[in-house]
Design a protein. Structure first.
Lengths: 291, 334, 396
């Protein structure tokens, strides 16, 4: 039983990370039909931004701020203006392939210009164990989970509690109508990209102390976030959260109670089952067919 | 005949001649890369059929290449089958699996095939890796022999290259036949407007499935030649990354264009090699070039060329019209 | 100077003309000498094909850095047989199909010796090419079966798994007196290869395998794996993962309170792992063939030079790459000539001593199958440092 709680919390923590990354992924899809195959690398790179700034002798908190700022510019503004905007009207696939190429470029650039070795990364959460119901649970897991939940709550407040958030949601649901009622759609879309940049930087802060900063750490994260977004239903931010958490927990439990060799298969089997029986995802809305 | 058609035919003949004659003077490495291009083009042609003609996204083409490769690897090394006998078996196997995968997924909604193939891709890799009794697992299958066909030994680079080229030629001919058959027209109808196609009585699901199954079978064929080309296969070669690479070939070449896969495979296989002189930066340059290519021609290289030609034609037509205007006006006014 | 148009630059030259001609000829001679430094000595071509991108990038980059450092050191001291070493690097992308292409490309250029790859799968594809071309291949792969195919031109730079695992199993059974062992291994040809050999070896010692857990390369969360280890209640846990994963596994093992001895290889107890795992690394033991932490002067000096040049501590792949070049030097100097075919024959059965060739770092003997025999160590991590518990001498 103590094992189970341990695994559950560890799974939830991992899942929370997937969820944060998947939220950004879903937002980009909703507002601008962008499938960002480089999302995993988007999480890997801010860690290196922060490390580079730290190397200049700057205190950690300042490096974090710098990381957010650099990500906003590079992963938000530059990404949108240079890659997404020119390609958007030509359909989903060419842009998706372009992001695939982008992920290669980012990975190889970090490897070439920074290092091929894994770099340690300072943690904002202390290591150690904490007692929950008499079970020694990793403080890191709990910390990540709490931080992730906090982040999601903040995001939710933004999306549902502010006028700006409502405008963003309207843009996501139906850009043409949003434009008609006077919402500055272009600005809303840019805002989405900036939010994604913030989300991936936040995820990097939580995940890199454990995963270590390495040029290849984006691969698994990106794929997991993609699957989490689909499992949750591509259309809803709520779905990304549910999808991520479910994925993290299923992966851990399957590895522990079924087979470690096939651990990668269970999230996918989950994906197939959901697609076949609930194609709009667990939480998603049915997509209307456009005639 | 129109000049453009003459030019196209001339260009085509020149390319075929080059493909046949140049290799006689190439080093072993160049022959290997060219053979790899031919083999990958077969897989890309399959995906182009599925995606470009029938409008379905498949993320499992790499897994089908793997199935074909393992079929060839297992049957030729452990059971002594000649390579050409593996071909129909691999193609049929991939066709059936494709049909099986597609059938329930297409019941749902068309772009969910992408996700199912994504799942299948990873599952296939796990099976290749974990089922050691069948595939030798992570150790891979080595010493895959190149075939002797009617006494012609393809062991050396040059003969094996011609074998790959022949396989590509046959695949191309087959694809040409499919595309120009009533099936092919049905596929195109599906791509352009599924709802209208349905209203015209075309069983969209069956044709979509057919396109996907045939495309997957081509993937298997590609794998059957991949195995003796490298002479060693291991699970790591057939991951999602390969499927994404083949998808890249189709999009960059031009999805839906008959020769798109040829150009796309050229870019994906040869361009990184040409860029190797830049040492550590070659992959970065490759990725940046692909991005620039897609930004400026999202319809792929052939799409770009088609657009450019259409543009020229329009401009020439406008120029002719402008030149004729005074005389036309004179006529109408008289 | 003569104005006679019919004179063909006549036989009588003025003194100035003679001087100018001599100067012109001298200038040409100097130019020819300067332009072709190879006039007196041709460069020795080494071709390295390694994993510089993809999943093996860390392995291949370390290997390449070791090679570069060795080549520069040797050239600075005059080269081999007064000839400069020139090395080309090619990226195999951690993909056997690509490795094959690059090795073929390298072989087309007729190098003296081929270096790399590190991944056993890539070695398998390329070994037959090197064999056909009769060019020696000095590689970093550790899989047992690489040297069992009868290749005459393939040479290792580290112990094969068939050499190390029996020693580890013996230690587990005899010294740690374990009756049951849990195996944790990474699911690629490196991890599975080691697992298969130690599985068989442990059974020879009648030790029971109570857990057999594979993990993925790059895995971050070991909660499930460690939970299974705990449930199996073993006497010893054998951990055979890559460096970063070893660090994570060590931390999780400590956190979940697994207190039995942890046994592994270089990838479990290298300095990098100790740095990443911190406290959790203490108590871990392992067999090491090559380690930058060995209490040997030449290795300490090597490590210092490497850190100075590259700003990080190399892993054992860096040492392997470095050694491979010095093997080339030692064999070539012994032969007194540059001959690829003779190279292979000479290296079989040869012992290279660190006394005569300091660059080889530790005495090594090559067998007829291309395997090596070298001193090894059994170490334990105590207070963040490797402490030698046993020295395992060379067999010869």
């Amino acid at each position: 039983m103590s094992n189970f709680i341990n695994l559950l919390i560890a799974g939830l923590a991992t899942g929370a990370i997937y969820a944060i990354i998947a939220i950004g992924f879903t937002l980009l899809w909703q507002t601008s039909q962008t499938i960002n195959f480089a999302q995993g690398e988007f999480v890997m790179v801010p860690a290196f931004f922060i490390l580079a700034v730290l190397n200049l002798g700057v205190p950690f908190w300042l490096a974090i701020l710098a990381g957010f700022a650099i990500s906003a510019v590079v992963l938000g503004v530059l990404f949108k203006k240079m890659l997404v905007d020119p390609m958007l009207r030509h359909g989903v696939l060419p842009l998706a392939i372009a992001t695939m190429a982008l992920s290669i470029a980012m990975k190889e650039s970090v490897k070439e210009f920074y290092s091929a070795e894994a770099q340690p990364f300072p943690s904002i959460i202390p290591a150690g164990s904490i007692d929950i119901f008499g079970v020694a649970v990793s403080l890191q897991s709990v910390g990540v989970l709490v931080a992730a939940i906090a982040g999601v709550i903040v995001l939710n407040l933004l999306l549902n509690g502010t006028s700006l958030g409502h405008q963003m949601q309207a843009t996501a649901q139906n850009p043409s109508v949003a434009r008609i009622i006077g919402i500055p759609v272009e600005r809303m879309i840019m805002l989405t990209f900036l939010i994604n940049a913030a989300l991936v930087t936040f995820a990097a802060l939580l995940v890199t102390p454990i995963y270590l900063a390495k040029f290849s750490s984006g691969e698994v994260l990106g794929l997991s976030a993609f699957i989490a977004a689909i499992v949750g239903g591509f259309n809803q931010v709520r779905g990304a959260i549910v999808g991520g958490l479910l994925l993290g927990v299923v992966d851990n439990l399957a590895a522990a109670y079924v087979s470690t060799q096939y651990r990668g298969a269970f999230p996918l089997l989950l994906l197939i089952v959901i697609i076949l029986f609930r194609p709009e995802g667990l939480v998603g809305r049915t997509e209307e067919r456009k005639v | 005949m129109k000049t453009t058609t003459l030019i196209s035919i001339g260009l085509g003949l020149a390319i075929v001649a080059a493909l046949l004659i140049m290799p006689l003077y190439m080093a072993r490495y160049s022959l290997y890369i060219l053979s790899m291009w031919a083999v990958m083009t077969i897989a890309a042609i399959g995906l182009n059929l599925t995606l470009g003609y029938a409008g379905q996204i498949s993320l499992a083409q790499g897994a089908f290449v793997g199935i074909g490769a393992y079929a060839a690897g297992i049957l030729t090394t452990a059971h002594g089958w000649p390579l050409l006998s593996v071909l129909p078996l691999a193609a049929l196997l991939c066709f059936v699996i494709g049909w099986g995968l597609g059938y329930p997924a297409l019941r749902v909604q068309h772009h969910y095939l992408a996700f199912v193939t994504l799942a299948f891709s990873t599952l296939a890799f796990l099976i290749f890796r974990n089922e050691e009794w069948l595939t030798k697992g992570v150790y891979g299958i080595e010493n895959i022999k190149r075939p002797i066909i009617f006494g012609w030994n393809t062991f050396r680079p040059l003969p094996f290259y011609y074998l790959c080229l022949a396989a590509l030629a046959v695949t191309t001919a087959l694809t040409w036949w499919i595309v120009h058959s009533p099936w092919g027209r049905a596929f195109l109808a599906l791509r352009e407007n599924p709802l209208r196609a349905q209203s015209l009585g075309i069983d969209t699901r069956r044709y979509t499935l057919m396109a996907f199954a045939i495309g997957s079978a081509f993937g298997g064929v590609s794998g059957v030649f991949y195995a003796p080309l490298v002479e060693f296969i291991e699970p790591g070669a057939f991951t999602l990354a390969l499927s994404l690479n083949i998808l890249l070939m189709v999009i960059v070449g031009g999805s839906g264009f008959f020769f798109g896969p040829f150009v796309g495979a050229l870019i994906a296989v040869l361009l990184p090699e040409w860029l190797r002189f830049t040492k550590g930066y070659y992959l970065i340059l490759y990725a940046v070039l692909v991005m620039i290519l897609l930004v400026y021609s999202p319809k792929g290289i052939l799409g770009f060329i088609e657009g450019w030609l259409a543009d020229r034609r329009t401009r020439r037509a406008s120029a002719t019209r402008a030149a004729a205007e005074p005389s036309l006006r004179a006529e109408t006014q008289s | 100077m003569s104005a006679n148009p019919l004179a063909k630059g006549g036989p009588i030259k003025t003194r100035e003309e003679k001087i100018v001609t001599i100067m012109r000829l001298s200038a040409m001679a100097v130019a020819i000498l300067l332009a072709s430094p190879a006039v007196f000595a041709e460069d020795i071509k080494l071709a390295n094909v390694a994993e510089l991108s993809g999943s093996g990038a860390t392995v291949g980059t370390n290997w390449k850095n070791g090679i570069d450092m060795a080549v520069d050191e040797i050239n600075a001291k005059g080269g081999v047989l007064s000839r400069k070493l020139v090395v080309t690097h090619a990226d195999s992308q951690s993909n056997p199909g690509v490795a094959r292409a690059q090795v073929q490309k390298a072989l087309d250029d007729e190098p003296y010796v081929l270096l790399g790859p590190g991944y056993s799968g890539s070695v398998k594809v390329t070994a037959s090419l090197a064999e056909q071309a009769e060019i020696p291949e000095i590689m970093g792969g550790e899989a047992a079966e690489l040297t069992k195919q009868g290749y005459k031109y393939l040479f290792r730079t580290s112990f094969g798994q068939q050499s190390t695992m029996p020693k580890v199993a013996k230690y587990i059974a005899d010294d740690l007196k374990a009756k049951s062992v849990a195996l944790m291994w990474v699911n690629n040809d490196f991890g599975k290869g080691g697992r298969d050999v130690i599985f068989a070896e442990l059974q020879k010692h009648t030790v029971k395998i109570v857990a057999d857990l594979s993990s993925e390369a790059g895995q971050a969360d070991f909660a499930a794996d460690v939970a299974k280890v705990k449930a199996a209640n073993p006497d010893v846990v054998f951990v055979y993962l890559n460096e970063e994963e070893s660090a994570r596994a060590l931390k999780e093992l400590k956190r979940q309170g697994v207190n039995v001895p942890l046994m592994g290889e270089t990838t479990l107890i290298g300095q990098k792992v100790i740095d990443l795992a911190g406290e959790a690394a203490n108590g871990a033991r392992g067999h090491v063939g090559l380690t930058t932490d060995a209490p040997i002067e030449s290795i300490k000096a090597f490590r210092e030079r490497f850190v100075k040049r590259y700003n990080y501590v190399p892993d054992h792949n860096g040492i392997k790459g470095y050694l491979s070049v010095y093997v080339v030097k030692a064999v070539t100097e012994k032969m007194g000539k540059v001959d690829s075919k003779e190279f292979a024959k000479t290296l079989h059965g040869m012992t290279i001593s660190a006394a005569s060739e300091p660059g080889i770092l530790m005495d090594v003997t090559y067998s007829d199958t291309g395997d090596i025999d070298r001193q090894g160590f059994l170490v334990e991590v105590v207070n963040g440092k490797q402490v030698i518990k046993q020295v395992l001498p060379k067999l010869n």
